[in-house]
Design a protein around this ligand. Structure first.
Ligand code: NI
Length: 276
């Protein structure tokens, strides 16, 4: 059974009809025993409100709430307080996605840094896992995570790991291994299936399977063989198949292990310890 650790039912390009159809498709996959669930990830306040609403509606849907670096310029302390409130809901399982994106630079870098730090501080206060977006900012993301105590002993004691997830990780094998040593989890998305992406294949080979999650980041980053079409949580299957191939495991084993890792990372079903 597959679990999509990072998706966007809250994407603003979906019409409400398209969104409903998407929910129905995943709901059917859950009832057919193909999927066990997905986490709808917020990227600003409005999308975080939506994600929380989706988690209230669908038993298999969970939410993360937070502000993406692209949207950092829309943030203020009042919105942060509301994100903190949403984070208190039962099925809101993480703060995210948060981080730095120096590729698009859609918000000024200092603004990105400020709200990245503030949201790590919020996650520490509430003792919540965090989901990280990093693009062209690998070193600085690592530095800020360390400076803000994201890998603290307190967090490790609480979660049984650091409660840090590098979403759609595009860093090197060395960096992936370094993160795992710090207690983080690594999530792999559709690009691992792209023909020329040797870097992510090497990274997935180097990181222990116990620390790997799979995700879609739907509606973006559609894996092969559906590249070019709109992505859906069901296509997490193709990323899991690629991980199975890299790790020399069966697809079923890979689906089960990555799902268990996601449960453990997000603390779903009371699983917070290693080796469940
Ligand atoms: Ni995302």
């Amino acid at each position: 059974m597959l679990f999509d650790s990072h998706t966007h039912f809250n994407n603003e390009d979906l019409t409400s009809l398209e969104r409903q159809a998407l929910f129905n498709t995943v709901d059917k996959a859950v009832r057919d025993g193909k999927m066990s669930g997905a986490v709808d990830i917020g990227f600003d306040l409005a999308s975080s409100e939506m994600a929380a609403e989706h988690a209230r509606t669908w038993p298999w849907c969970y939410a993360a709430v937070g502000c993406h670096p692209h949207d950092a310029r829309t943030m203020d302390e009042e919105k942060l307080a509301r994100i903190g409130q949403l984070a208190g809901e039962d099925k809101v399982v993480a703060i995210g996605e948060i981080g730095l994106d120096f590729y698009y630079d859609r918000s000024e870098r200092d603004v990105q840094r400020h709200w990245f730090r503030r949201q790590i501080q919020l996650a520490n206060e509430l003792m919540m896992p965090i989901t990280i977006h990093a693009r062209e900012a690998d070193q600085e993301v690592m530095d800020i995570l360390k400076e803000e105590g994201a890998f603290s002993e307190d967090r490790k004691k609480h979660f049984g790991h650091a409660g840090v997830l590098l979403h759609c990780f595009s860093g090197s094998a060395e960096l992936g291994v370094q993160y795992v040593k710090l207690g983080a989890y690594i999530s792999v998305a559709g690009p691992v299936t792209y023909k020329n992406n040797k870097k992510t294949v090497a990274m997935a080979a180097a990181v222990p399977i116990e620390r790997l999650l799979v995700e879609t980041d739907a509606p973006y980053l559609t894996p092969v063989p559906f590249r070019g079409k709109r992505n859906t949580p069901l296509f997490v299957e193709y990323t899991a198949r690629k991980i199975a191939e890299i790790k020399g495991l069966t697809f079923e084993e890979t689906a089960a292990i990555t799902r268990d890792n996601a449960m453990r990372f997000y603390g779903i079903g009371g699983q917070t310890d290693e080796g469940v």
